[in-house]
Design a protein around this ligand. Structure first.
Ligand code: HEC
Length: 218
């Protein structure tokens, strides 16, 4: 397939193993393929519903985002200095930094779906940098609702303070309808630790600068 470049190719190199896989220049390993299946499954991870991984009609390689806004309820990050003030909340689309959408409270807590290209190279994840490993970010997705006490601190009454990075009245905005964010406390997470390893292996194929071995190229 001929790819049409709108900008200088060096701006978005598309040199990941996954790009070469789409161009049929390399195979994914069995583990990476397992991870992709878990990532795609609408009743499992359901990740691809927001982090789109389909090739475009024009043959363009996927960006792993739908450019939409969602509230995932990422836990508050006590490492951020601004969060020392219990009344301070970074609510994304409704402010306080952004002001143009602030009047509609249904926007509070919503952040843009980010591309997952090169995400496996990062040490901070989500808008507030709450997680420092990719696997913890993945665990959060599948255990947010099944094991909330693992992710959120307890409030003054000893109750798990779920979605604690939003004012209580705005926590209704957090997504509880898209898989895998629909489970109940005590239910089994949709992914096992093995599944998380497999998805992490798949996501690592999205890192640029993959070196094709001469034998693998056709
Ligand atoms: C309902 C849409 C939606 C679904 C489903 C979804 N994501 Fe996300 N993803 C987002 C949004 C929105 C963000 C940014 C949220 C934020 O920063 O608060 C994000 C952020 C991330 C990040 C952090 C990237 C970074 O660089 O900070 C990772 C990793 C990620 N998603 C992986 C996944 C995986 C794996 C799945 C499947 C279990 C998944 N996502 C399912 C919308 C979604």
């Amino acid at each position: 397939i001929e790819r049409f470049e709108l900008e200088d190719p060096s701006f978005h190199p598309y040199t990941s193993k996954f790009d070469y896989y789409l161009d049929r220049k390399v195979q994914l390993t069995a583990q990476e393929l397992r991870g992709k299946k878990l990532f795609d499954s609408p009743t499992g991870g359901n990740c691809a519903s927001c982090h789109i991984d389909q090739v475009g009609v024009d043959g363009s390689h996927p960006l792993f985002t739908d450019f939409n806004f969602q509230a995932l309820g990422v836990p508050r990050n006590p490492e951020l200095r601004a969060n020392a003030d219990p009344k301070y909340f970074d609510m994304g689309l409704c402010g306080p930094l952004r002001t143009d959408q602030a009047s509609d409270k249904s926007n509070c807590g919503l952040f843009k779906s980010v591309s997952l290209r090169n995400t496996a190279t990062r040490q901070v994840f989500f808008h507030n940098g709450r997680f420092h490993t990719l696997k913890d970010a993945l665990r959060f997705y599948v255990q947010r609702d099944t094991n909330p006490a693992k992710w959120y601190p307890k409030d003054a009454h000893g109750k798990v303070d779920k979605f604690n990075d939003l004012p209580v009245a705005l926590r209704v905005n957090v997504d509880t309808t898209d898989e895998p964010l629909t489970r109940k406390a005590g239910e089994r997470p949709v992914w096992s630790e093995q599944d998380i390893d497999d998805v992490a292996a798949f996501l690592a194929t999205l890192n640029d600068d993959y070196v094709l071995k001469p034998k693998q190229s056709k």
